[in-house]
Design a protein. Structure first.
Length: 254
């Protein structure tokens, strides 16, 4: 739990970058706002269509008693909206980071200079960001399907589906948001995943905290610059912990 809370704290520390680089952080609001408008419109449209879609999916319930037909259709509707919402959040992050690459690059560089006094040499670049975005959306789709299936459980499915989606998408957000600062240090995708797995609780804490903020109306737009800054600070802390672990003597060496 301590490591989980430490990860969540990195998002709060990312908010502190507003004091140090207000110009770069303010510019980071622009891509999130534009992409957020598109995704919000899509979610509203899905919500409007959902009742008819669920009715089309469940013709077998037409002959059921009204109570059970309502229970099943409500479970499917809640699960379907929740799954699409989680997919939208993951996709929002991927698309926003790609579209806003120049803006978030400035935030990342400003955070690196503030924290370490230098900026790593390895270039991240637009095409690497685009490739990471495609992979994130694909993995987000699988997470959304998992949350949807859990959400189909009557009565408790909505809560369980929410929790499953929260954990899965929190992990994906941590992976995507830290990819820039880890890649800039010369780490490939396999090495990045190894760092995340070695700091699993801290990664989940950061990702889940970010995800919860993104669920608040306009939260994704407002928090995205801080998430980029916080993910950079998360990388610094995680790599220090990894280095300490590697420096510790093994049982065989003691």
């Amino acid at each position: 739990m301590h490591e989980f809370l430490q990860g969540a704290r990195m998002l709060l520390r990312g908010l502190g970058q507003w004091r140090r680089s207000p110009g770069a952080m303010a510019l980071g609001l622009i891509p999130g706002f534009v992409v957020g408008l598109v995704f919000t419109a899509a979610l509203v449209g899905w919500a409007v269509l959902l009742t008819n879609v669920v009715d089309d999916w469940t013709p077998f319930a037409d002959d059921w008693t009204p109570l059970w037909a309502t229970v099943v259709r409500t479970a499917i509707g809640v699960a379907s909206f929740g799954a699409v919402a989680f997919l939208a959040i993951v996709s929002f992050t991927a698309v926003t980071l790609t579209v806003g690459e120049p803006f978030y690059d400035r935030i990342w560089r400003a955070t690196e200079r503030t924290a370490t006094g230098r900026v790593p040499d390895a270039d991240y670049g637009f095409w690497r960001a685009a490739g990471d975005a495609v992979r994130l959306i694909a993995r987000g789709a699988m997470a959304a399907v998992a949350a949807w299936l859990v959400g189909l459980i009557p009565f408790v499915g909505g809560i369980l589906g929410f929790l499953v989606g929260l954990v899965l998408t929190g992990w994906l957000l941590a992976d995507e948001l830290t990819s820039r600062s880890l890649s800039a240090r010369g780490l490939d995708r396999r090495a990045r995943r190894a760092v995340l797995r070695g700091n699993r609780a801290r990664a989940l804490g950061f990702g889940v905290a970010t995800q919860l903020c993104f669920l608040v109306p306009l939260g994704a737009v407002a928090v995205m610059p801080a998430a980029v800054a916080g993910s950079t600070l998360w990388t610094h802390a995680a790599l220090r912990e990894t280095a300490r672990a590697e420096d510790r003597p093994t049982d065989a060496a003691r």
